[in-house]
Design a protein around this ligand. Structure first.
Ligand code: 8YV
Length: 316
């Protein structure tokens, strides 16, 4: 039987690439020097796209593949897939939910702790001899007992809340769909500005869409205030990054801990000179265990589609 032809948008680890090459005829778009020419030449054979959360599949890519049947995303976020174009042609879309939820929550909480307690700079203080030369590290901010807001109480937001309950934080949350039964023990505050105003820490754990673009607006940032911290483990588009940078620069926002950026991996250089941000390279799902599970689910979705079986984790 001929192997289905798959357009591969970005690289995967060897343990995924091997099985993908075995089962499918993979066309590596990311290796092409002229992507448009590559797409024009392989597009007509392509029946599937294998992509990653942050890379997605845009309208031009979808249009270049007239026989496309399925787009399999390595990642829970599918905001970078043009769903309108996919829906119009009846193209199935899958993602990798659940398997990464707890790792993403872990990193978010770790970022909050590390930033509050100044751990990154404190480590440098030990390494560069400042401890011996200048003495103890400057005092930092307490975490436990403070108030946290979770913007978006889906799978990841729920796991963040469960972890933070262990730090005796007062938890409130906001979701577009209203109060959640499983979160009765936490306060529901519909308005993001009001949520930010009562929070010391604001976690952004929303699935990104056109509706959530810049939901963390200048007003939300202002409400979080000079002692507040913003933690983003979702997508950069959920935050008005220009307003965030301005507020961090002039102290209207205390600090931020960010795993995602507009234009990543080339982030706005203004972030690099800010002392009050913790910067991470979009790796909240980046553990061996989770990435292996994500790769398996990406392949299982493709295999199920071409075997005519139900998709394990469909989006469309
Ligand atoms: C990336 C993510 O997909 O799950 C998501 O939506 O953004 C991440 O897990 C990951 O960096 C792999 O590219």
């Amino acid at each position: 039987m001929t192997k289905p032809h798959i357009l591969q948008v970005g690289p995967y680890p060897d343990w995924d690439q091997g099985p993908l090459d075995h089962e499918f005829h993979m066309h590596r778009l990311f290796d092409a020097s002229d992507r448009a020419a590559f797409l024009a030449s392989v597009g007509p054979q392509v029946r599937g796209i294998a992509t990653r959360g942050e890379l997605g599949a845009n309208a031009a890519m979808i249009a270049a593949c007239p026989n496309l049947e399925v787009i399999s995303v390595y990642g829970v976020g599918y905001d970078a897939v043009d769903l309108t174009a996919a829906r119009a042609r009846g193209i199935r879309v899958t993602n990798t939910p659940d398997v990464l939820t707890k790792d993403v929550a872990d990193l978010g909480v770790a970022m909050m702790l590390a930033q509050s307690r100044g751990m990154i700079r404190a480590e440098a203080w030990v390494r560069d001899g400042s401890w011996a030369e200048k003495g103890g590290y400057p005092l930092q901010r307490r975490v436990w007992g403070k108030r946290v807001g979770i913007l978006g109480l889906g799978r990841i937001g729920h796991e963040v809340g469960k972890r933070l309950a262990g730090f005796d934080l007062e938890i409130a949350y906001s979701t577009a769909s209203g109060p959640k039964d499983f979160a009765k023990q936490w306060e529901f505050i519909a308005d993001p500005v009001a949520l930010a105003a009562r929070s010391d820490f604001l976690f952004v754990t929303l699935a990104a869409s056109t509706a959530t673009r810049h939901i963390v607006s200048a007003k939300v940032i202002e409400a979080l205030g000079p002692d507040g911290m913003l933690i983003n483990i979702s997508r950069a588009a959920n935050i008005d990054e220009e307003a965030l940078l301005a507020a961090l620069e002039d102290g209207r926002l205390g600090s931020a801990a960010l795993d995602v950026f507009e234009g990543e991996p080339k982030l706005n250089p203004r972030f690099l000179s800010l002392p009050n941000v913790l910067l991470q390279p979009h790796h909240a799902s980046g553990t061996f265990e989770t990435r292996k599970a994500m790769g398996k689910l990406l392949r299982d979705n493709l295999s199920a589609h071409f075997a005519g079986q139900p998709l394990p984790t469909p989006v469309l």
